[in-house]
Design a protein around this ligand. Structure first.
Ligand SMILES: Cc1cc2nc3c(=O)[nH]c(=O)nc-3n(C[C@H](O)[C@H](O)[C@H](O)COP(=O)(O)OP(=O)(O)OC[C@H]3O[C@@H](n4cnc5c(N)ncnc54)[C@H](O)[C@@H]3O)c2cc1C
Length: 378
């Protein structure tokens, strides 16, 4: 296969940095590099035509963790490391909102609720526990009231008979995921970053001067075309798919289903909800309801999962009872043994920024930034 002179010189040759993966982390890394190294030629290689794995399939929670999730982080990581992780989420959210602007990402300051479902095996935390978590989180969130017990008026549209109680956080919000990714791509292109979609990286050879990236693209007549690109600097931001290029890293792909209803007249519920320690989530998208998750149920197949999610949606939000599901999709999370993401050097001038877990919207830009700081720290 031969590339034209124009294709070669404009996109394929002479890149100072190649980022593999065009999700929130990869694009943020490319943007950060363009700020710190304005003369660099930067390419982002992405195999998906929409340019996103989890980044275009997520539920749009701008969240840093429900009280139960933070308690889990503290028990696994210890208080100090869990605070570092919380800081990354808070900083990432600030960076996202500041860099792209609230209206460009459809940000809504709607707060969040954690519902403690009756019979689901989760305990309603005591006032003492909530105060203790608030005291631990205060330095990072900047508020002594990160969480409080939800009042009746905060539960509009929710079937309160199915819950032991609810914890509210006024500090979380929601975004429009499509708008966010479009804004990121727009910013990257405006900055001169080359976005090369539809190219699958099949391998990379580390080299002291120029890393070689092996690439495959679907050619005409369904024949895959193979070629290579070279770059002295590489960032791998392939999240859930990281093991394809870094076989030993601590990232496992985990599928997550999302359902969205048709439009509902006069929907009262407005906000975001976590359930079952973050394994389940629901929100409204204007006058529709979204529900997702349920991995912890360990069901036999997707049909059972879809049914159970739909039943829970109807039970928790009675206004959805007559609404059909209009959109259904599955995305892939990058999960590891802890929720701490990986930003680490692989070889000279190459860095991996992967394992974003279920809060990559919050943490993604921060991790993209950190990956470039690490790359340039040689
Ligand atoms: C269903 C679902 C709901 C979620 N909801 C939320 C939420 O509400 N809030 C939140 O904060 N987080 C949520 N998340 C998590 C969040 O979306 C991710 O953590 C985040 O998007 C990860 O961003 P990323 O850039 O690291 O990875 P990705 O967006 O997955 O980007 C990696 C990219 O690399 C590309 N790629 C992989 N391998 C190759 C290769 N070999 N060659 C070329 N390209 C390659 C993939 O196509 C992909 O586009 C959700 C995730 C899912 C799946």
């Amino acid at each position: 296969m031969a590339f034209s002179y124009w294709e070669s010189t404009e996109w394929l040759e002479g890149n100072d940095l190649i980022v593999i993966g065009g999700g929130i982390v990869g694009l943020s890394a490319a943007l950060q590099a363009s700020v710190l190294k304005p003369h660099w030629k930067i390419a982002v290689i992405e195999r998906d035509p929409f340019g996103g794995g989890g980044s275009t399939k997520n539920a749009g929670f701008a969240c840093f963790g429900s009280l139960s999730e933070l308690a889990h982080d503290r028990s696994v990581l210890g208080d100090k490391e869990a605070a570092v992780l919380l800081r990354k989420r808070i900083d990432g959210l600030k960076l996202l909102r500041h860099s792209l602007g609230d209206s460009s990402i459809g940000y809504r300051d709607c707060g969040s609720l954690e519902l403690i479902r009756k019979g689901a095996g989760y305990e309603m935390p005591s006032m003492e526990t909530i105060s203790e978590v608030n005291a631990w989180a205060a330095e990072t969130t900047g508020s002594m009231h990160t969480f409080h017990i939800a009042e009746e008026k905060e539960l509009a549209g929710i079937n309160s008979k199915m819950i032991e109680g609810a914890i509210a956080s006024p500090l979380e919000g929601a975004i429009d995921t499509g708008k966010m990714m479009q804004a990121l791509r727009f910013k990257a292109q405006k900055t001169g970053i080359r976005l090369l979609f539809g190219l699958n990286v099949t391998g990379w050879n580390q080299h002291t001067t120029n890393h070689q990236i092996e690439i495959e693209r679907a050619g005409s007549l369904d024949v895959a075309e193979r070629f290579a690109m070279k770059s002295p600097h590489v960032v791998i931001a392939t999240n859930a798919f990281a093991r394809e290029l870094i076989p030993k890293c601590d990232v496992n792909p985990k599928e997550n289903m999302v359902l969205v209803t048709e439009a509902i007249d006069h929907l009262n519920f407005d906000g975001t909800v976590h359930m079952d320690a973050g394994h389940l989530y629901a929100r409204n998208i204007q006058n529709r309801m979204l529900i997702g998750g349920g991995r912890h149920w360990k069901l036999k197949n997707d049909t059972e999962l879809e049914q159970k999610l739909k039943t829970l949606l109807n039970e928790a939000f009675p206004e959805t009872l007559m609404a059909n599901i209009e959109y259904k999709w599955t995305g892939v999370l990058g999960i590891g043994s802890t929720r701490m993401p990986i930003v680490s050097k692989l070889y000279e001038r190459s860095v991996a920024a992967v394992k974003m877990g279920g809060m990559g919207v919050a943490i993604g830009m921060q991790l993209g930034k950190e990956s470039i700081e690490l790359l340039l720290s040689d």
